[in-house]
Design a protein around this ligand. Structure first.
Ligand code: NOJ
Length: 497
């Protein structure tokens, strides 16, 4: 059954619901040109590209510490110490951005470059100078900065106090965000508080896959989600109270989501699964009522009592925080890469307790879906179209920005599969827009090949290759860079080069 080529997505498309999938293509529906106000860009993150891990007074982040102390946890035993050297060689990135013709550049700020121990009294002027120069150069070249405040590189000085396990993170993070608004908000008009809460909380707190390796499944992850949502809400309110009027920017959050298809054709399964993956973060912020989705609160409370606990592993956010968090985003940032088929688990899934067991679906790719170098990444453009339609219907057509989307391989310059991936996924976005979805931005991941976390440099996502053997780290455009440039210039989806 997993190998169905024709499958049904119910509840989202009604009678249009039979779609052909499995070959990484999608049929164009409607207008072939993107609306005028739609922006194309590319995305990166500080730890993955900057290098200069201890340059000019930078402090140590949990990723610096983790890669140095556990080289065996990184597939090729590398780290981000020098990476693409963007700290030293930003002008090479700038040139690539200009060549592509992007309207915006999404990058993240390394918290430790500006505040070495994480607290805002520990200011490092050289770090501030660096980001000022990046922002000014972008603007001088007509490229809007889109800034991620936190892309996983927590200062060790903050981790000492528990990171996202401790509610202190609310003030630690919002103090940091406030300083960024003060320093750069006159020029930065798009802020993303957090990148991919699922990765932060599930990998780092639910499991031990990434730093801080807490490994408390079904408990640590929910504590992290809760504190992260509160920190996000606090940072959003702060912007509204002190900066919005003058700076007139937008503040949002980037959520990571794999779209789900129901193998058994069951709408209840899709709804429930979407509440568990997207809704866990999106519902508290974007729904009419706020707080976690009622089904999660109910089910997880029940499981917690069944486990003999005194209270739920996922308690309600409470009246005060529900109010702070509800409506605390001017847009929904979405990182979409891939999809899965789901069906209710026959045996309980995962450890007891764990988010997998709470979710309780078997989740699989179809065996016909083309796979990237990354073992989790399959090309399913339909998933992106359905996701956008799901968000349109479930969350009152909130403004959406696709903040990441991309394909990994071995780094070849003739990257036809990446072109096919971009072609079909960007077409999926256009189809969704033609169907009334409020999406206004797309960022390809990534500008350059970079440090892919536990996979080191073994999985490449860049439009540009980086000569890692040379201290000059030359950027070399791949075929996909030429394709993306053409797409941006024509504001349509070319059929190949
Ligand atoms: C999402 C993350 O934000 C980014 O850091 C990562 O490199 C890509 N996914 C690809 O895995």
């Amino acid at each position: 059954m997993w190998s169905l080529v024709l499958f049904v997505v119910i509840g989202l498309l009604g009678s249009e619901s039979l779609v052909e999938a499995g070959n990484c293509t999608i049929v164009a529906k409607g207008n072939l040109i993107f609306p005028k106000d739609f922006n194309f860009g590319v995305a990166t993150s500080a730890y993955q590209i900057e290098g200069g891990w201890n340059a000019d007074g930078k402090g140590v982040s949990i990723w610096d510490e983790y890669t140095h102390n556990n080289p065996d946890r990184i597939k090729d035993r590398t780290n981000g110490d020098s990476a693409a050297e963007s700290y030293r060689l930003f002008d090479l990135d700038l040139k690539a951005l200009k060549d592509l013709g992007v309207k915006h550049y999404r990058f993240s700020i390394a918290w430790t470059r500006i505040f070495p121990d994480g607290f805002v009294h520990s200011k490092n002027q050289k770090g501030i100078d660096y980001y000022n120069s990046v922002i000014n150069k972008l603007l001088a070249n007509g490229i809007e900065p889109m800034v991620t405040v936190y892309h996983w590189d927590l200062p060790v000085g903050i981790q000492k106090f528990g990171g996202f396990s401790n509610s202190l993170i609310i003030e630690q993070f919002s103090d940091y965000a406030e300083e960024l608004y003060k320093l750069f908000g006159d020029r930065v008009k798009t802020w993303i508080t957090f990148n991919e809460p699922h990765q932060i909380c599930k990998s780092g707190y639910g499991s031990e896959k990434t730093p801080p390796m807490v490994g408390a499944p079904g408990v640590g992850d929910y504590i992290c989600f809760t504190n992260l949502l509160k920190a996000h809400g606090a940072a959003y309110r702060l912007y509204q109270d002190k900066f919005a009027k003058k700076q007139k920017g937008q503040v949002g959050i980037t959520l990571d989501i794999w779209m789900v298809f129901s193998e058994t054709n069951n709408k209840t399964d899709i709804d429930r699964a979407m509440h568990y993956n997207l809704g866990l973060l999106a519902y508290p912020i974007f729904s009419k009522t706020g707080d976690f989705p009622p089904i999660l609160l109910k089910e997880i409370e029940k499981s917690s009592f069944d486990e003999g606990r005194k209270r739920s592993r996922l308690p309600s956010l409470g009246e005060y925080w529900t109010k702070v968090i509800r409506g605390s985003s001017d847009f929904m940032g979405l990182n979409y890469y891939t999809s899965r088929f789901i069906k209710p688990a026959t045996e309980p899934e995962g450890e007891n307790p764990s988010t997998e067991r709470d979710y309780n679906y078997q989740s699989q790719p179809d065996k016909n879906w083309p796979r990237a170098k990354s073992d989790w990444l399959y090309c399913i453009p339909e998933g992106l179209e359905y996701l956008l339609k799901y968000v349109r219907d479930e969350y009152d057509n909130v403004e959406v920005k696709i903040t990441e989307n991309g394909w990994s391989d071995d780094g070849e310059l003739n990257d036809d599969k990446r072109i096919k991936y971009y072609q079909s996924h960007i077409q999926a976005v256009l189809n969704a827009i033609n169907d009334g979805c409020n999406v206004n931005s797309y960022s390809a991941w990534s500008l350059v090949d970079n440090f892919e976390w536990n996979q080191g440099y073994t999985e490449k996502f860049g439009l540009y290759s980086v000569n890692m053997k040379s201290p000059k780290r030359e950027r070399i455009p791949k075929k996909s860079a030429i394709y993306y440039k053409k797409l941006i210039a024509t504001r349509s989806v070319p059929n190949g080069l």
